[in-house]
Design a binder for this molecule. Structure first.
Ligand code: SAM
Length: 267
């Protein structure tokens, strides 16, 4: 069966990479695993051997047909034949009688941004996520302050979890090979977050405005949020304890939230 480009289908064919991904999830016998985009079941085969239950969400009916046959005898396997973007992950986990799940997925790259948002907003029901993304996206997610890749995606991710690069994969590990290199990441939600975002909209406003001009200092990049009221901006930065002369790429993730909180108090 021909892979469907429109669904981002690139199937993993390297046995050792498959094993490393599943190992990175450190699945226990009591765990619920949610797999996004199982495809032909490359990862699923190992997941059902290790987890209490595997819920796999796949949009392509041809793949669903293969999966139903392949895992017909695995009582701990269930298939959700749906577009994952329409699935409420929190509800899915709770309906299974679990408080948390491990998410695993070799994600379709054309909707990585949307899926990242969906995964992060389900952080209350996820202990961790082991995901494959495009290498450049992985660099942005795991970047440290001061790095050129540090930006909106970094802050939005790291405010919710601790991301770790597990390994990179070349295109030859897939059939058909994608045009880009890939990376596997583990996003640790348990024991994270370091930060609670009190007002998501405000936090996002601060982050987006900050990184609009990454070469400028915060006292300039954030001006657009305060209608030219520079005194107010400086007071907010002082109250947040953030150096107004820093460039956004040098600002640690938690400080964007401190700015948002100080702003919230002055509204
Ligand atoms: N996990 C398999 C593997 O590693 O070989 C397949 C990975 S492939 C990169 C992405 C998979 O996600 C495909 O099976 C594709 O059909 C599925 N997919 C694409 N868009 C989806 C969506 N919106 N909802 C659920 N599955 C989707």
């Amino acid at each position: 069966m021909k892979a469907k480009k429109s669904l981002g289908q690139h199937f993993l064919i390297d046995g050792s990479a498959i094993r490393q991904i599943v190992d990175a999830a450190k699945i226990g016998a009591d765990d619920l695993v949610i797999e996004i985009g199982p495809g032909r079941g490359a990862l699923t085969g190992l997941l059902v051997k290790q987890a209490a239950q595997v819920l796999a969400i796949e949009i392509d009916e041809d793949m669903c047909h293969i999966l139903r046959r392949q895992f017909a005898n695995d009582k701990n396997f269930s298939l959700v034949a749906a577009d994952v973007q329409l699935v409420d992950l929190c509800e899915l986990v709770q309906n299974q009688g679990f408080s948390r799940a491990i998410l695993v997925g070799n994600l379709p790259y054309h909707i990585t941004g949307i899926l990242m948002r969906q995964i992060l907003s389900a952080r209350d029901v996820l202990s961790k996520a082991v995901i494959m993304v495009q290498r450049e996206v992985a660099r942005r997610i795991t970047a440290k302050p001061g790095n050129k890749d540090y930006g909106v995606l970094t802050t939005v991710t790291q405010i919710n979890c601790v991301p770790q690069l597990i390994f990179d994969l070349p295109p030859s590990y897939f059939e058909p090979p994608p045009k880009v290199h890939s990376s596997v990441l583990r996003l640790q939600f348990d024991g994270a977050p370091q930060f609670i975002v009190e007002d998501q909209d405000l936090f996002l406003k601060v982050v987006h405005a900050s990184f609009q001009q990454r070469r400028k200092m915060l006292r300039n990049t954030l001006r657009s949020l305060f209608d030219g009221n520079d005194d107010l901006l400086i007071e907010i930065l002082q109250e947040a304890g953030v150096d107004a002369t820093l460039r956004p790429e040098a600002v640690p993730v938690g400080q964007f939230e401190l700015i948002a909180r100080a702003w919230d108090k002055r509204r």
